[in-house]
Design a protein around this ligand. Structure first.
Ligand code: ADP
Ligand code: MG
Length: 626
């Protein structure tokens, strides 16, 4: 029979995983049981909404059978089964969506990262087995198939006579090695413990034949070993349990079992509501950003159950976009089982639950910020950007809800501060909440535009995310204080120098500024005396709505509309360079042109904007050097 190769990527991934340093090989059992449970969920749901399918409720189960003599472990389920195509597609390839491309080699070396991230849970079987056989018959098909793979080195597939619908996974358990005891996966007690630890909450019975010592029939003191089928798991789903009965480990295990993430949850939220609409929910805030969070592949949503039956894997309507990082599930008795997606969107109960959940998450984040700053900052580093998008999107509808969760790096604290902290520290005469935008904190710190505000001793918020300025424009004010960019034309700072002084200077140099304006016409809106510069000779400020940072971002977008900020070239008249400008104006008009261009290009460079003719710029510098 022809042996098919795993897709090239799969092979590489498999090898890495199988030989990986993954410390807990035992999780393979959790993976296989969880797949079996998923498969039963599917058939169970089908049976509920399709009257032509009739099943006995007790016909759904998972069975684990160790066989010490033959060194095999079998996991049987009465789930929906797999067709030949499904066996090939689901087990014969990993990284179906090409998601592997997101990861680099280094990240892949870590076992945690790989397992399941690409739906490779099944492959974890090879951590404990040399060979894996999958015999399956799909619902609605009258033949079964046998899929086999040795050492994860390609696979074969052939028809196989299987009586019932469902799947049987047979593992040929590895021989013990010096540092690994594989025998334990054949040991009843050990298996029981593993099932209890990871799969206790599985809703279907996980059965195993357990050896018991029983008195022999007709005898008082003679015992015999009898195999007795037992149900190992408690079958009570975690969300139906009392919070007080559960430990953080229980939630962590649930998070891992459900494949919500490969990190540990940063926080869990367990909700039980018994009001107008009854529901239970377990929500998690992950510790790390999922690798595909900002890709098109990422789908937000919570699992939705109706009276314990999974009816939707990712119900997007349960989460606002700004909380799209939240993982978890909702179970409600008040939702109809065979509700269609379209109707679900209109569903009053669902809307009610969604609103409740939104408020709950918000409150939990607020209390995290208050009570565990370190944890909150960790959260914020991973998902803060999403909150800022939330402030900006939907025309600012949610800004009130989110403003207290925002944080920005501060010029004074050199760490994240909340808006409330900023405002509460503002000196009385300070009019505005100041911010400066740039690529990084280091770059912003050096921006000439920050000089005047910094000199007043005012704190400046550093905006390094693209969305920051947009979000703040949407917010407009916080506690009645307006936000103001350090580059805006009016800083609201009373300078020591009198306005009259400024006017005189402007008057004296009227013609010079007029010439410069003409030289830069089409490039800047105006050339002015700067009120904000101290040590630097030149910078840009902006009139109007669009800042330079916004211009950059908008023009980097695919539907680039060539947005232009109204740039104003500001000149520091106290700087020595200004004297040179004056001299040039009086004596050498060509030199004035040269200097003006140089200053303009310098202002561009400071902003991280491209200069239109770099060669000319360098030639200009050479001109003044010789
Ligand atoms: P995931 O469970 O994350 O999708 P797995 O590697 O664990 O990834 O499983 C891959 C796929 O193989 C599953 O999505 C499912 O379609 C199929 N599968 C695995 N085990 C079973 C099973 N026991 N019964 C039916 N289908 C299964
Ligand atoms: Mg799985």
């Amino acid at each position: 029979m022809e042996k098919k190769q795993f897709k090239a990527e799969s092979k590489r991934l498999l090898e890495m995983m199988i030989n990986s340093i993954y410390s807990q090989k035992e999780i393979f059992l959790r993976e296989l049981i969880s797949n079996a449970s998923d498969a039963i969920d599917k058939i169970y749901y089908k049976a509920l909404i399709d009257d032509t399918l009739t099943f006995q409720k007790d016909s759904f189960y998972i069975k684990v059978t160790p066989d010490k003599e033959n060194r095999t472990l079998t996991i049987t389920d009465t789930g929906i089964g797999m067709t030949k195509e499904e066996l090939e597609n689901n087990l014969g390839t990993i990284a179906k969506s090409g998601s592997l491309a997101f990861k680099n080699e280094n990240e892949l070396k870590d076992g945690h990262d790989i397992i399941g991230q690409f739906g490779v849970g099944f492959y974890s079987a090879f951590m404990a087995a040399d060979a894996v056989t999958v015999i399956s018959r799909a619902l609605g098909s009258d033949e079964g198939y046998k899929w086999e793979s040795e050492n994860a080195d390609g696979y074969t597939i052939e028809p196989y006579d299987k009586k019932d619908v469902g799947t049987e996974i047979l593992l040929k358990i590895k021989e013990n090695t010096e540092d690994e005891n594989y025998d334990e996966y054949l040991d009843e007690y050990r298996l029981k413990a593993i099932i209890k630890k990871y799969s206790d909450f599985i809703r279907y019975p996980i059965k195993m034949d357990v050896t018991e010592s029983k008195p022999k029939e007709g005898s008082e003191n003679e015992f015999e070993e009898v195999k007795e089928e037992q149900i190992i798991n408690s079958m009570v789903p975690i969300w139906r349990k009392n919070k007080s009965e559960l430990t953080p480990e229980d939630y962590e295990n649930f998070y891992a079992e459900k494949r919500y993430g490969f990190d540990k949850p940063l926080k869990h939220i367990h909700v039980s509501v018994d009001g107008a609409v009854r529901y239970n929910a377990i929500l998690f805030i992950p510790e790390q950003m999922p690798y595909d969070y900002y890709s098109k592949e990422f789908e937000k949503g919570l699992e939705l159950y109706s009276s314990g039956v999974l009816i939707m894997e990712k119900c997007a309507d349960l989460l606002p976009d700004y909380f799209s990082f939240v993982k978890g599930m909702v179970d409600s008795e008040d939702l109809s089982l065979n509700i269609s997606r379209e109707i679900l969107q209109q569903d009053k109960q669902l809307k009610f639950i969604a609103k409740n959940i939104k408020n709950k998450i918000k409150r939990e984040l607020e209390s995290l910020l208050k009570e565990d700053r370190e944890k909150y900052e960790k959260f914020y580093e991973a998902f803060g950007r999403q909150l800022k998008y939330g402030v900006y999107s939907d025309f600012g509808t949610n800004k009130e809800d989110l403003q207290n969760l925002l944080m920005f790096c501060s010029s004074k604290e050199k760490k994240l501060v909340t808006l409330d902290e900023y405002v509460s520290r503002m000196p009385e005469e300070q009019k505005y909440i100041y911010y400066a935008s740039g690529e990084s904190n280091e770059r912003i710190e050096k921006l000439p535009q920050t000089e005047a505000v910094a000199e007043e001793g005012y704190e400046i918020l550093y905006f390094t995310d693209e969305v920051d300025e947009f979000a703040i424009r949407m917010l407009m004010t916080y506690k009645e204080k307006e936000f103001r960019s350090v580059s805006s034309s009016d800083l609201g700072i009373e300078r020591k120098e009198t306005e009259a002084d400024q006017d005189t200077k402007a008057n004296e140099n009227k013609e010079l500024f007029q010439s410069m304006r003409e030289l830069l016409s089409g490039k800047v809106k105006d050339v002015r005396i700067s009120k904000r510069l101290k040590s630097h000779p030149v910078c840009f400020s902006t009139d109007g709505e669009v800042s330079i940072e916004m211009e950059k971002i908008l023009n980097a977008m695919p539907n680039n509309q060539n947005v232009q900020a109204e740039k104003v070239l500001e000149i520091n008249t106290d700087h020595e360079v200004f004297q040179s400008l004056k001299d040039a104006y009086e004596k050498d008009k060509e030199k004035l042109g040269l200097y003006t261009n140089l200053l303009y290009n310098q202002a561009l460079l400071i902003e991280g904007l491209p200069i239109s003719d770099p060669v000319e710029f360098t030639n200009d510098i050479c001109k003044i050097m010789v």
